[in-house]
Design a protein around this ligand. Sequence first.
Ligand SMILES: [Fe+2]
Length: 574
Amino acid sequence: MTIRGNWDPRRAEAVSRMGEIDRRKFVKLTGASAAALVFGYGPSTEKVWARPAFSGYPFRLGVASGDPEPDGVVLWTRLAPEPLADNGFGGMPKDQAVEVRWEVAKDENFRRTVRQGKTVARPRLGHSVHVEVSGLLPGREYFYRFRAGDATSPVGKTKTAPALGAAVPELTFAVVSCQQYEHGYFTAYRRLAEEDLDLVVHLGDYIYEYGPNEYRAPGGNVRVHEGGEITTLAAYRRRHAQYRSDRDLRAAHAAFPFVVTWDDHEVENNYADEIPETGQSPTAFLQRRANAYQAYYENMPLRRRSVPEGPDMLLYRRLAYGNLVEFNVLDTRQYRDDQAADDGTDPPNPEQQDPGRTLTGEEQERWLLDGLAASGATWNVLAQQVFFAQRDFQIGEGQRLSMDAWDGYIGSRDRISNFILERDVPNPVVLTGDVHNNWACDLKADYDDQTSETFGVEFVGTSITSGGDGADTSPGQQATVAENPHIKFFNGQRGYIRCTLTPEEWRADYRVVPYVSQPGAPVYTRASFVTLAGNPGLVPVNENPVQGTTSSTMAIESDAERAEAQREADRKRR
Ligand SMILES: [Fe+2]
C-alpha cells in the first residue's frame, strides 16, 4: 500500500519556495557539510571575540545536557547576558563569535576532570553551544560546566546510558510536557529536580507561541509572556529565553539529561507539516516554521544531526538503555497530513479512516517499524506527542474522536498496532503529552471490541503548568473514562510521571502538585500502575487521597475547553 504525503518531494518543493531564507544554501549541501559549516569545521570568516567583556552574567539561561549514549552526552549552554534583548541576541554582539571552554568531571568540585575542550558560540546559532562529549564511561554520573571570558557557568549533572546491550537492573526517568509559562509556576520541575532520576523525557509544548494573556487558564493566568505572538527568529529566541529565566526549569535541566521532542506550540497551535492552523500562506508559514525550528535547536541539548535546514529538522531518533529499554522518540508534527474534517472533535469520517493518510510520514513510519523489529530490548517505547489509544468523547450512542490525535489518523495507528501484534514486539509502551491531564490506557487490537487483545499500555502525562491548578476529576471526565473501558485512570492536576523500569515490571507513579497558581507546592503520588513484562495491560497498585480540589468541572481544562481556549487565543490575535 502506498502512503500519501510522501515527504521528500514535498520537502523539495517547500525548500524551493524558501528563497528568502538565508540558510537555504544548507539544503544544497550534504548533512555533513552543512554541519561543518555551522560548527566551523570548515573554513570560517567569522571573527572570534578575543577578550570578551559581557554586559552581564552570560550564563543566565543555565546549562543542560541531553541524548545520553553509553560513551557520552551532549552539553548545552547559550550565552545571553540580557536574555530578553529585542534583537534576539541576548545582549551578545550579533557579528562576533565567542570561545567557550567546557569541562567534565567525576566530582562537582572538578578535582577529577575527565574531559575538557573548547568550542565556539556563534551568532548564527544565537551564541548557543552543543558539545558532543565522548570517551566517557557507560552508566556513570558526571558533572560539567562552561567558561566564557571570566565567567563560569552553573554546574550541571548528567548521566551516560549503560553499555550497548548490557543487562540493566533498573532505570528511573520522568515524563514531562506542556509548560505554558503564564498558566502557573514551574513547581513540578522544582520537585522533579529533587528526585533521583537517570533521565527526563520531554514530549513537547516546551514554549507557547501566544501573546500576553491570549491563552488563559481556567483560573486565570499568573504570569505574562513578553512580547506579542511570536513569528520571527528574534521573537522565538526571546520566548525560549523567557522560559529559561525560570529557576525551577533551569534546576531540572541542571539535574538530569533531557531527551526532548516537540509538539505543536513550539511553532503554532495544531499545525500539520506545512499547513498552518489558519491564516498564513504555506510559504509564510514555512518561514515561520524555519524560525521556530532554529530557535528550538539553539535552545535544546540536541546533537548535530538535528541542525535545522531551513524549514526542516530531523528530530526523530532512537536511544537505548542497555537491553532494558529502547526509546523511539517520534515527531508527529513535521510530516503529518492535515487534520481530517477540518480538525476538532468529530464522528468517524471517511477522511479520518483513509489508510493513505499519515501522522508520521512514510519515512519515519518505516524507520519506526524497522527499529521495533530489530529491537532486543525488554521495553519498547514510543515517546511521542498525541493520544494514541482511542478516546470516544460521545457518551452513549455514536462516537466523537479528536482529529488531531492518532484517532484522526486511523491508517497510521493501525499499521503500527498491527505490526506490533503480528511481530509480537515485546512490551510496547506509549508515552504521551499534549492533553494537559493524566490518563492511563490499555492498548487494544480493536477498541470497539473490549474482548480483543491488549497488546501494550499508554501513559499519558499531565502538563507542568498548562491548564492551571486543575482538579482531581469531574463528572464529565469520569463519564469519558466509563465510556472507554480500556482507559483506566484520569487526573486533572499538574505534574509529571515517574517511571521505574526493571526487566520484570514497569511502574508509573503519577506525581502531582495540588496547585501551580502560587509557588512552593509539595508533590505527591496520586496513583501508581504497573505493567508486567510479557503480560500486557495495566495493574493498579496504589491510590492516594487527593490533595487540592477533588472534583470540579470549572477547574479542569477538558480537551474541548483546551481546544476552545486556543481557538479563542487565535481570535484575539487576529
Ligand atoms: Fe500543550
